[in-house]
Design a protein around this ligand. Structure first.
Ligand SMILES: C[S@@+](CC[C@H](N)C(=O)[O-])C[C@H]1O[C@@H](n2cnc3c(N)ncnc32)[C@H](O)[C@@H]1O
Length: 204
């Protein structure tokens, strides 16, 4: 089979990340790939140790003991969060051709696959534990975002995404949620222009 150069390099990244994952070397994954030109093939952000501690501290302060990540993609971020903080993270992805396509990245956590229109099983996952924070990283689907928030009955929302760097996400990390949510704390991921923004429900 003839492979293009870009296919070779993407496969190398994926294979190397898989090897590091098998050896539980999340720090090495971040160190090697946080500014790699093909990093988005597997994950959009590669938080530093300080960023993971920030997430862990926010969750502890807001009495959250787990995360449900919507649109988790490969689940690499979710796996790294658990490795770095000890906080369990479940991942939800939408059903579609991409996840069964041969170029799809591997999964680093088990995925719950949901239909485009949120179903009962997915709703039960996001409502199962009131102490779970809801995470959206580089999410890009406003209608689905609003649907998930409609059913989420917890108090903590985390949005990770680009701020003023010419990349589109929906929601954006800042100034893109209703008044129900107020910013609790935020931190930049290294100096990438990507931000982790932790919101809490008003009056909580
Ligand atoms: C830009 S990707 C980000 C993936 C991953 N969070 C990351 O940072 O690498 C956005 C993801 O949201 C997923 N998505 C879109 N609509 C969704 C929905 N209704 N429910 C769950 N996931 C959805 C897409 O399939 C895609 O994997």
């Amino acid at each position: 089979m003839l492979l293009l150069t870009s296919e070779f390099s993407a496969m190398d990244i994926v294979a190397d990340i898989q090897d590091l994952y098998k050896d539980n070397k999340w720090r090495e994954i971040v160190a090697r790939y946080h500014d790699h030109p093909e990093r988005n093939k597997v994950l959009w952000v590669y938080p530093s140790e300080e960023n993971f501690i920030f997430v862990k501290d926010c969750l502890a302060e807001l009495l959250c003991d787990r995360i449900v990540s919507i649109g988790c993609g490969s689940g690499l971020l979710e796996w790294m969060i658990t490795e770095a903080t000890g906080v369990p993270v479940s991942g939800i992805e939408v059903d579609g051709a991409w996840w069964s396509c041969k170029y799809a990245p591997p999964n680093f956590i088990p995925l719950h696959i949901t239909p485009t229109d949120i179903d009962k099983e997915t709703i039960s996952i996001i409502q199962r534990n009131k102490n779970a924070a809801l995470l959206f990283c580089y999410f890009n689907n406003r209608k689905a975002f609003e649907d998930y928030l409609k059913y989420y009955n917890g108090n903590v929302l985390i949005i990770i995404g680009p701020h003023e760097k010419g990349v589109h996400t929906d929601p954006k990390p800042f100034n893109d949620v209703t008044d129900t949510w107020t910013i609790y704390k935020y931190q930049e991921i290294r100096n990438s222009g990507d931000f982790i923004v932790v919101y809490k429900k008003q009056n909580v």
